[in-house]
Design a protein around this ligand. Structure first.
Ligand code: 6PG
Length: 265
């Protein structure tokens, strides 16, 4: 049973804290199922942009398993990505490949419903092709995704929007080429921009592990802020932060680690 302690963060974001990684995966998978069913009920289809990185992997794998798999209306689900590395789809660094192995290749979703960034193309061509695919699906220049799943980098980046990037000032383009140099790994990427992310109906941040406690506290600790993840504030949508207890340890009201509680030596 997932124990969930919900609290409101600054700026109206919902902050949900669960005990540990497995509970984070279950809660994220459950919310995916619920949002998919609600969107299909209301609008006949569900559009979701997936995050890359390691945090969402547990939730992705659960989507291919009982009880989640059979509760998702896969025929009406359309999958996009919040960002993608510019590598071929079979490259170990591909965010598409990560999700394809975790659940997409294991569930009855029509191939035409999987809208990957074509990482095998040159940066500008990949970005343009993805932008056109979004425009085609949403019948216009601004995608209104039902759900955008985002991770949080230790520097406060999200998708491929990095601190200090000029992309943070983008006000009209929905897709851009990003030059990442994260953890010493320079790479070209394609990313949704803030206008696209902030047009979503729901943004679900996933962050887990003690190594994220500092950045989570920095991002959620005070209103406003200029870190990329702090710039995610959908105009007409809801932001939910789904954290495990270790990642939430720096937030007010959360139990601190043993050293702060005077336990141990
Ligand atoms: C990517 C992600 C990126 C990720 C963060 C957190 O392509 O890597 O989109 O924004 O979500 O770097 O990654 P972890 O979940 O591995 O900590």
């Amino acid at each position: 049973m997932t124990q969930v302690m919900a609290q409101r963060g600054d700026g109206g974001a919902e902050v949900v804290v669960v005990p540990e990684a497995a509970a984070l995966a279950r809660e994220a998978a459950e919310r995916f199922v619920q949002m998919a069913r609600e969107a299909v009920e209301a609008r006949g289809r569900f559009s979701v942009a997936l995050a890359g990185g390691s945090t969402p992997g547990g939730a992705y794998r659960l989507l291919a398993e009982a009880p989640y798999r059979t509760r998702v209306p896969w025929e009406q689900v359309h999958i996009f990505w919040g960002d993608e590395r510019l590598v071929p789809p079979d490259d170990p660094g591909s965010n598409y490949g990560l999700a394809q192995q975790a659940f997409i290749g294991l569930v009855p979703i029509p191939a035409e419903n999987v809208h990957r960034v074509r990482g095998e193309l040159k940066p500008e061509a990949a970005a343009r092709a993805y932008e056109l695919e979004l425009e085609d699906y949403f019948c216009g220049p601004l995608p209104r995704l039902d759900l955008v799943i985002l991770g949080l980098g230790s520097d406060g980046h999200t998708a491929s929007l990095f601190p200090g990037s000029p992309l943070l000032e983008e006000t009209s383009e929905t897709v851009a080429v990003a030059r990442a140099n994260y953890q010493g790994r320079p790479a070209w990427r394609v990313t949704l921009t803030l206008p696209a992310i902030n047009a979503a109906r729901h943004v679900l941040f996933l962050a887990g592990g003690a190594e994220k406690a500092g950045i989570v506290a920095a991002v959620l600790g005070e209103g406003g802020g200029s870190l990329p993840a702090q710039r995610v504030c959908p105009v007409a949508g809801q932001v939910t932060w789904l954290l495990d207890r270790a990642a939430a340890a720096g937030l007010a009201g959360e139990p601190q680690g043993p050293s702060q509680q005077g336990e141990g030596s």
